[in-house]
Design a protein around this ligand. Structure first.
Ligand SMILES: Nc1ncnc2c1ncn2[C@@H]1O[C@H](COP(=O)(O)OP(=O)(O)O)[C@@H](O)[C@H]1O
Ligand SMILES: [Mg+2]
Length: 369
């Protein structure tokens, strides 16, 4: 697999510049610690967990939860994940004969009749737990299941108590369920045994430059130094996903480095708009959009409050400003560094600076909450 391949990397040899992170994640999983890999979109969360999973070769499943909002969706993902490996499939099929409601055929487990999804998810994990070895279940983008938090936490608590050989690795941004997992309240089944948080950040400039240079060599192309500088100075800024897309545009689509950069930024801003729209679908755009605008221009706390007040149509208090900033921080849109707030993702910054108004939300919501 080449560095400029757009799919998530699946092996440690394909993974660039993440040796320390891969080693740490491997170590934690081997020590049976559950982990939440946190970070913004395109930073390489899926690539990291897939590479580690493929290196460990544990029985288990990888489930991509993007767009999955129900336990039923999780069940479907688990079934297809568990059926993926032929040897595991054969063993599970044998074990499932003792459990009502599953049929087991040559293509693996399936559901015989409609069953309560939570119960089914539990049965599946319980079956997996009969494996003699340690198992690994990856739930990618776990924040998607936030609406089912209570049920899912009970399920996970049960697995933790009764199947110590099953280790979970989650990925997500620090919202909803990922936060509930990492900061369990006393009432949570995971209280006192929260997963370990692992944050994935952008590449530093040196690593980014090496990434582009190695990718170019692999493809037998060259990116002139000036073009390289331009790419590294712009909003690609250390994000592996954008560097990959840029490299792919040069090497595969044969765009000039200039065009490739423009095209990458154009696509990046589109992703940024979609991400903001999805955030604003659940947050009052009258407060949050002006806050984003203020932060994009490097505004001080006082002027963030002014912007937000204007949006709200009346003076807001510091508590409101703080709440707005905290919500933006937990969603990885904004970070607080050296006494000021800034937008995390340069693509989001580029979008917010240019856009006249908040991106339209999918279902025309966006205001109120
Ligand atoms: N460490 C890495 N080495 C090489 N390519 C990477 C790395 N991290 C991410 N990529 C590439 O960047 C893009 C986004 O990666 P992905 O793992 O899907 O990120 P995320 O899950 O955080 O959104 C993919 O094209 C992937 O191949
Ligand atoms: Mg991903």
């Amino acid at each position: 697999m080449s560095l400029f391949d757009l799919a998530p990397k699946e092996s440690s040899s394909a993974l660039f510049g993440r040796d320390a992170e891969a080693k740490e994640l491997t170590r934690l999983v081997e020590a049976r610690r559950w982990v939440v890999v946190l970070g913004p979109r395109m930073v390489g969360k899926t690539s990291l967990v897939k590479a580690v999973r493929n290196r460990l070769k544990r029985p288990g499943a990888y489930v991509n939860l993007w767009g999955v909002r129900s336990v039923q969706g999780l069940v479907e993902g688990l079934i297809s994940g568990l059926n993926e490996s032929a040897s595991l499939r054969a063993r599970l099929v044998r074990a499932a004969r003792r459990v009502d409601g599953f049929t087991a055929g040559p293509s693996g487990l399936s559901l015989a009749a409609p069953r309560a999804p939570l119960r089914t998810a539990w049965d599946l994990l319980d079956l997996l737990g009969t494996e003699k070895r340690d198992c690994l279940v990856v739930l990618d983008e776990v924040q998607e299941l936030s609406a089912t938090s209570g049920a899912l936490l009970r399920l996970l608590g049960n697995v933790f108590n009764t199947r110590p050989n099953i280790v979970f690795v989650f990925t997500g941004s620090l919202v909803g369920l990922s936060r509930t997992l990492l900061e369990p309240t006393m009432a949570s089944p995971l209280y006192g045994r929260a997963p370990v948080a692992m944050s994935l950040g952008p590449f530093d400039r040196g690593t980014s430059a090496k990434f582009l240079a190695e990718g170019a060599t692999e493809q037998r192309i060259s990116i002139p130094p000036a073009a390289m500088e331009a790419a590294l100075d712009g909003p690609l800024d250390g994000t592996p996903g954008w560097l990959t897309l840029y490299g792919n545009h040069v090497a595969v689509r044969r765009l000039s480095p200039d065009q490739a950069l423009q095209e990458t930024v154009r696509e990046g801003k589109k992703v940024a708009a979609a991400e903001l729209a999805s955030f604003l679908a659940n947050h009052d755009a009258r407060l949050y959009w002006p806050a984003l605008k203020a932060i994009a221009t490097g505004a001080s706390w006082a002027s963030v409050r002014d912007y937000v007040s204007r949006g709200a149509g009346g003076r807001v208090n510091d508590g409101t400003v703080l709440r707005v900033l905290r919500a933006l921080e937990s969603s990885y849109l904004v970070r607080h560094a050296e006494g000021r707030y800034e937008l995390v993702d340069p693509m989001v910054l580029a979008y917010v600076l240019e856009a006249g108004r908040a991106p339209a939300t999918a279902r025309g919501r966006g205001v109120l909450r």
